[in-house]
Design a binder for this molecule. Sequence first.
Ligand code: AMP
Ligand code: ZN
Length: 466
Amino acid sequence: MKLYNTLTKKVEDFVPYEEGKVKLYTCGPTVYHYAHIGNIRNYIGHDFLDKTLRYLGYNVTRAMNITDVGHLTSDSDSGEDKMEVARKREHKSSMEIAKFYTKAFFDDFKLVNCRVPEIVSPATENIEMYIKMISRLLDNGYAYISGGNVYFDISKVKDYYVLTNHQENELVVGAREGVDEDNNKKNQADFALWFTTSKFEHHELLWDSPWGKGYPGWHIECSGISIKYLGEHLDIHGGGVDNIFPHHTNEIAQSEAYLGHKWCNYWFHNEHLLDQEGKMSKSKGAILTVTTLKEKGYDPLSFRFMCLNSHYRKQLVFSYEALDQAENTLKKLRKKVNSIKNEGDIDKDKFNLYKEKFIAEISDDLNMANALTILYDLLKDDSVNGSTKIALIKSYDEVFSLDLLKEENAVDVDFVNYINNKIEERKESKKNKDYELADQIRNELLEKGVKLIDSKEGTTYEIIKN
Ligand code: AMP
Ligand code: ZN
């Protein structure tokens, strides 16, 4: 398999530490708010990676953290813990907030058919591991205590900026927009491993440590969870491109300083999903979630399909027009697949030929769009019988995860519920003489191919397009 490696800036042959086995780590969500569809695009990219590795026969162990403490509003140790921001916003405890948004995250994650990693660990459940790591970093001279906090000393590592190709080296962290200077730091690019109350007096979650009551920094969480559950040699570590600096840069520095040897060989980064104003972000206005798309009547897998068509290393701009197009194409594709008659014996040669073609594309740095072209070629190929086609589509869908064999005309219970709710909502609005809203609901349904029929007995509907 060939994979782009941010560490070397090249597409490389993937060779795991141990033959046939892959240790994969994905940076998880910060659960202070809903995950927007940009976050979910990132996890869909990781899901293609995870499933491709499995499809190729690797024995994959994957871990993901849940950030429920320590991620400040700026990635560079300034501002407030994001969980504290949510606590004030919602007047609930940090743990209540974390529980609520973790569930919401996995609901959406599953709606787009992402496989839940075998290891999912909240940051707050691994405090002992961070204390162990930080203690060793202090003993080895890689860390220092200042103003009550523990900091990592970046001047002690040889190649701190290796992941960013030294571009960040030019920037003085303290002078960057939105980053306050921290006078406790020897070098403004040093980063916090452990915060004590000296920095944030009213922080809700605090643990005892050799350096006083406090809480861990964000970066140590991912290193700690990864090393604790996946061991000292990691094959692939991934996140969104915004994680390259400072998060992953800091993870490399502290993990290798702690272990005393190279840690992770391949770094995998997904490009962002943008909206009309730029990068989608949780702190920016209304959050568009997968659940919202579903409530609007979309099949969440249309969003997955939209992501599949664009390479994970390219930015993708979200629009409802693009989503409508993806939804129509996916529906047509499913219809086509379901029109295939399951006839004849499976032709092993054809099966292997088309499987090889598919493998060639997915193992070319996850070229999912080209893999989809192989599916279209297969559908058109009259020399392949129905049973062989169906067996191949089933096999491709282990990676695509688009429910390709789901019958498009089968009654979609969610969609029917959605229509009935809308009819109810329209009835209410008419009762309240809000005819504008009633018309709006009628038009919204019409756009989805549902025509309302009003009569004395009430309102019924007709599906006019699929
Ligand atoms: P967060 O919950 O903010 O920690 O983010 C979870 C993951 O989503 C991180 O790995 C980010 O890099 C990624 N991410 C954040 N914003 C976007 C976006 N607009 N598009 C794609 N990925 C994103
Ligand atoms: Zn992380």
